[in-house]
Write a protein that binds this ligand. Structure first.
Ligand code: 4AD
Ligand code: MG
Length: 431
């Protein structure tokens, strides 16, 4: 008999197969039992008919408890109504381990309860779908950057520098020295771009943000490409093509998952390059037209502002040329207006907020030194970074995409806590 998985039963239509699975849910009458089975690769319904399997097997199936682990044998049938397209006519069930009183029942639970049981909640259909989409985004990311000739580079996690400012750092001791958990690998990626041309990183980043919003995690994963000889507009093209590739890959390869999430995919089908661009100046005007009277030039945008701007478009939008005072020290000034920098935030549609922050970087040594002084950065800690401008400095640009916000947008998740296996939030380090 073929031992297989739920996602590959399609190869065995009409044949008897054996599957290792857990019981997600069940329903039964006196004559027939419907087992909702899951094995990690997917979900399938097993149908147990008393008249076919006999009294003993039927009783065993009928009395199965939620999340018990099983070996199930059955004949694979095509079924158009099933989300996976297949159903199993069960011939036998062997219990591997009987689960008793599984805490997450099919009824509604509160968020805190589910978060306390995240180690089990991950098994549910929606959380399973979120993780599968997350994985597809990661796969499509590697596919895109490898195809475009980028080299994957891993920046350090323990660092002595703070590219995005010192207010949200996770400080730790590095033997006798002070160190931080990385809040961005960017500065190291700039060094790598001078060695390898086009590079990207994918790793965890840490921000001790006191924000308790549906978009903020303390630990999140970032994809950070950095490109030598790429000027501001060159980088925007990479960003829109990358994000469009990711969305189209999920649409193509995660149909079952998007369906399980109830995602309106018509909104995603439209996500192809190019994306619209609006300057910060025009965004301020647009906000005034939309009735945000209080916002003035020089203010940063909050979530309601970003959402209002994004609503104007049916694709992600780049907000470009922010005031210098709102952005980090390393951003290249606009040659036509030294009050703004050559930067862009990409804002996702449907209220999901900023998913990318990026810019052209300063490549002139003296200007960088001046900015570091203005920002009160310790010259010793950043000497290596400044030195990149001393030996064949070139224009270069890069950006960082927040993985969890991207998963939240594509999945239609209401909160980023559902887009990472074990979220680290304000007041949550368990489980
Ligand atoms: O805009 P940020 O802070 O940019 C940087 O860190 C740059 N150094 C990146 C670069 O140019 N290489 O962060 C980039 C993205 C944001 O757009 C957002 O998607 C995500 O990281 N992000 C967060 N995601 C979840 N929780 C948080 N607390 C986040 N902070 C930023
Ligand atoms: Mg940002």
């Amino acid at each position: 008999m073929n031992k297989t998985t739920i996602s590959t039963v399609g190869q065995f239509v009409g044949q008897e197969v054996k599957i290792g699975a857990w019981l997600a849910n069940k329903r039964s009458s006196g004559k027939i039992a419907f087992l909702q089975l899951r094995d990690g690769t997917g979900f399938i319904q097993g149908v147990v008919v008393k008249a076919e399997v006999g009294e003993d097997i039927f009783l065993k199936a009928k009395n199965l408890t939620q999340e018990s682990s099983l070996y199930v044998t059955g004949i694979v049938r095509e079924d158009e109504r099933a989300p996976s397209g297949f159903e199993l006519t069960v011939t036998n069930v062997d219990v591997i381990h009987e689960a008793v009183d599984y805490p997450i029942t099919p009824k509604e639970h509160g968020t805190e309860f589910l978060m306390d049981h995240r180690h089990l909640w991950l098994r549910s259909k929606k959380q399973h779908a979120n993780m599968k989409v997350r994985n597809e985004i990661i796969r499509a990311t590697y596919e895109f950057f490898n195809k475009e000739g980028f080299v994957k580079v891993d920046p350090p996690i323990l660092t002595g520098s703070a590219p995005e400012g010192t207010t949200e750092l996770f400080a730790t001791k590095y033997f006798d020295e002070d160190a931080y958990l990385s809040q961005s690998g960017q500065l190291y990626m700039e060094a790598a771009a001078m060695a390898l041309g086009k590079v990207f990183s994918f790793g965890p980043t840490f921000r001790a943000e006191k924000s308790k919003t549906r978009r903020h995690l303390i630990e999140f994963w970032m994809i950070e490409p950095e490109m030598a000889f790429y000027e501001f507009e060159d980088s925007l093209k990479v960003q829109e093509e990358y994000v469009a590739h990711v969305v189209q890959s999920v649409l193509k390869n995660c149909k079952i998952e998007l369906n399980a999430l109830g995602r309106d995919t018509s909104k995603l089908e439209n996500i192809v390059a190019p994306f619209p661009r609006i300057t910060y100046d025009d965004a301020i005007k647009l906000l005034h037209e939309k009735g945000f009277d209080d916002i003035k030039w020089g203010d940063d945008f909050g979530a309601p502002h970003e959402t209002a701007i994004a609503e104007t478009y049916d694709k992600p939008v780049f907000i470009t040329h922010y005031p210098t005072s709102l952005k980090p020290f390393y951003m290249q000034p606009d040659p036509n207006n030294d009050k703004v920098v050559l930067c862009a935030d990409m804002i996702a549609p449907e209220g999901y907020g900023e998913i990318i922050g990026g810019s052209e970087r300063i490549h002139d040594y003296d200007l960088l030194a001046e900015r570091m002084k203005e920002h009160d950065l310790d010259p010793a800690a950043y000497q290596w970074y400044a030195e990149l401008r001393k030996y064949g400095s070139v224009p270069h640009s890069g950006f960082g995409l927040g993985l969890e916000r991207t998963v939240a947008w594509i999945c239609g998740a209401e909160h980023v806590r559902e887009t990472i296996p074990f979220p680290r939030l304000l007041n949550r380090l368990y489980p």
